[in-house]
Design a protein around this ligand. Sequence first.
Ligand SMILES: Nc1ncnc2c1ncn2[C@@H]1O[C@H](COP(=O)(O)OP(=O)(O)OP(=O)(O)O)[C@@H](O)[C@H]1O
Length: 274
Amino acid sequence: MQETGAEVEISNLSVSYQRNRETVAALSGVSFRVEAGTTCAVIGPSGCGKSTLLYVLAGLIRPQDGQSLINGRETQPGRRETSLILQDYGLLPWKTVWHNTILGLVIRREAAAAIRAAGEQVLRQMGLWEMRHRYPAQLSGGQRQRVAIARSLAMRPDLLLMDEPFSSLDALTRESLQEALLDILQGGGLTVILVTHSIEEAAYLGRRIVVLTPHPGRVTAVLENPRAGDKHYRQTEQFFRLCRNLRRILEGVYHTGTNEYTARSASTRRNAGR
Ligand SMILES: Nc1ncnc2c1ncn2[C@@H]1O[C@H](COP(=O)(O)OP(=O)(O)OP(=O)(O)O)[C@@H](O)[C@H]1O
């Protein structure tokens, strides 16, 4: 893993797709920053372009307009230190936990000893070492997601992009995975951008929370959330206030396609829980 994590800056980003001669605008004029070593949660209604945003950051899609910078450089496809975890975990069913975990390192042709050391370290870190001989079909959803995270961490990323990583898990498994992610972040050196539908997840994990409007996605609010990362935060009044605040913003977004906060908050950062 890199020392400080990546710094991400997105400015005035617009993306559209061509579908049957029709242009579908997915993102419009999206701008925000994520400081190195912090976590940013992106939340918004279905179809507002959250996955599209991650694809741009992963270098899989080129925006029609605007810029996406990682450590001051324009995003390029195949950046080695960027890792993307998709919704369906992306594990190969015919490979064991061990071989799924080291897959990226093998593709990179790293030395066998380095692969063994990295594989063991991340599997132990994710509590999967004893399960290394199992196949994905022999794992629960939560364990599969742990393998997907282990595989990403093995690549020593400085930027981890997660697309609704815990959405298909039951509430308690989801919470234990969120806490595992916080443990990983304690180690430093990693910036995380996480797309989620869950208000609680955004509030628990996102040091900064970016709220998007329905499609095309525009930034309607950017909330600062300084207590994110504290494991006791979930039980605090400040956390509940932030969730209520986020819910109000999202209700506005869902009902009107925009909301009363738009004019003020797209450019003004507001503190959480007010
Ligand atoms: N390959 C594509 N071709 C055409 N339109 C697309 C394509 N991919 C996405 N879109 C459209 O772009 C918009 C944004 O899609 P995207 O998947 O980024 O949204 P999302 O916020 O991640 O959605 P969800 O929360 O449902 O996963 C949607 O209107 C979607 O239908």
